[in-house]
Design a protein around this ligand. Sequence first.
Ligand code: BGC
Ligand code: CA
Length: 289
Amino acid sequence: MKIQRHTEMKFELAEGPLWNPQQQVLFWVDILGKRIWRSNADGGDLASWPVPDHIGAMALRKNGGAMLALRNGFNSFDFESGECCPILDPESTIERTRFNDGKTDRRGRFVAGTMDYRESDPVGAFYSLSSDMNCVTLGSGVVIFNAPCWSPDDRIFYHADSAKGTIYASDYDIDTGAISNTRILVGPGEAPGAPDGATVDAEGYIWNARWGAGCVVRFAPDGSIDRTIEIPADKTTSCAFGGPSLDRLYVTSMVDPANPNDPSDPEAGSLYIVTGLGVKGLPEPRFAG
Ligand code: BGC
Ligand code: CA
């Protein structure tokens, strides 16, 4: 196994790594830097697009362009013009939240959730946006929504609340997009740090970036720890498989806004490429709308 920096660059709050197999490129977002980023598999050919507000997540659309989950709600995005077009905002009346993480299910729904800027109160929620732009609330009472991802058979939806230190598993109905029977998969203190972004590999194991613990943990579907990969940055925010064979793990990290020059975390905000894991990911579906 080898861990290398993806680029020399650092980002305020890098998140949402997303491999696009058609173009063989990696996308990610800088939430607080308000920017979408793209590179080739090795971190070269960097390109970026500014967006008008904090950007929690991005889904690539089936017919080109992207759907963004911004502070002001769902927006469509055109990479050619760089134009953003607001679609709908499920939390238009709540000033203290923003979108924080999101992913597309295998029927093309964009599932994304929000967080409390103050990271203290359960004022956030998570939503499912369907191809006809209908938005359904899947859950509420969330402080910091994170880690949406599905089991390979689509029967389980994993999600986390970082502030509660908990990863949940819910039954998922891929035909309707509804969740039920939500239970705790990994509780607080059962793994180092707090749960941040996650992905599921081809064997159905969950890879979860552990915020504040500088690592990515691979959990078995029963929630037990299978392995831990140490990462040189402390606030690891998300991870995704990518590369030509879908066997590299891209890991993002963030700078602590309260302590931007933290001497104990000199690589904060870096992106990493982990190779030689011997595990493959699954291709990410596209938003059907
Ligand atoms: C959020 C950060 C937050 C962190 C805490 C991340 O997903 O984007 O703002 O501080 O989770 O776990
Ligand atoms: Ca996250």
